[in-house]
Design a protein around this ligand. Structure first.
Ligand code: HPA
Length: 267
């Protein structure tokens, strides 16, 4: 099936994209800054799963950012949707087959590090996967990557250094930290957030890690950004609400999109 998906997409594009970007909550408008773009709907790609979130039909958007030809994934499948880990990472496997060399992942997350505030952008330095779920469980695809994948350099230092340089040049104060994956869909309890802080997490979220594992397995360099949309549960004396997450991501989307655009030009 994967081959059919890849074949269909290849029949629609002239050159293969060099960079893929997964647009998380708050970065959807990034696509407006892509030049010469054209979209392929997930539902038109044979075998491609679609997000079950109502009104969130996904698209692959191909086009240029500066002199780079990229593909943006608008709409990702979250593990909490219940379609299973294989469907969650299927789009990432397809993008890797298109020959991408670099992956930029973006997401919304809750701030665990008390020096963070909502609307901060955190460069992901590393991640923690304590969910017990891993997309590489099962027979190893030896032609794609090793059985026992080294995760020492998951988020490329070279790419992070470039991203920091860009932030400095445009006077953007970015944070850097560790992202911890929780499956969701409920938000974490205050005690889980305490645990996250103790084990070294700076932010918690419900996405990204499965796709990053697949990309690394296939030798793709990864850069990740997390938009801190709220302080994680229990950090402040107030409940979380999804509206706040949407509101904060809307507030910073232009700045975030502009920044990511500048980063793509130099990586
Ligand atoms: N927890 C998990 N995922 C999130 C959060 C959070 O606090 N905020 C945005 N996505």
């Amino acid at each position: 099936m994967l081959e059919k998906s890849v074949e269909y997409i290849k029949s629609k594009i002239k050159v293969n994209p060099e960079i893929a970007i997964i647009l998380g909550s708050g970065l959807g408008d990034f696509v407006d800054t892509i030049e010469n773009k054209f979209a392929i709907n997930y539902e038109d790609i044979p075998g491609f799963p679609n997000s079950t979130v109502v009104g969130h039909s996904g698209k692959l958007i191909f086009g240029n950012v500066g002199d780079k030809f990229i593909v943006a994934m608008q709409g990702r499948i979250h593990y909490y949707e219940g379609q299973g880990i294989d469907k969650t990472v299927y789009p990432m496997k397809v993008l890797c087959e298109l020959g991408i060399k670099k992956l930029i992942v973006t997401n919304a997350s809750g701030g665990v590090n008390k020096s963070f505030k909502p609307s901060d952008i955190m460069l992901i330095k590393d991640h923690i996967n304590y969910t017990g779920v891993n997309p590489l469980i099962g027979k190893n695809e030896d032609d794609k990557g090793p059985r026992f994948l080294d995760m020492t350099y998951t988020y490329s230092k070279e790419l992070r250094d470039k991203a920091k340089e860009v932030a400095k040049n445009i006077d953007l104060d970015i944070k850097e930290g560790v992202y911890m994956w929780f499956t969701g869909p409920c938000y974490e309890t205050p005690s889980e957030v305490k645990l996250a802080a103790i084990v070294g997490a700076d932010a918690v979220g419900m996405s990204t890690v499965p796709e990053v594992i697949i990309a690394r397995h296939r030798g793709v360099d990864v850069l990740g950004f997390s938009c801190i949309t709220n302080m994680a549960a229990g950090i402040l004396e107030q409940p979380l609400n999804h509206e706040e997450v949407i509101e904060v991501s809307n507030k910073i989307k232009d700045k975030f999109a502009q920044y990511v655009r500048e980063v793509i030009k130099v990586i």
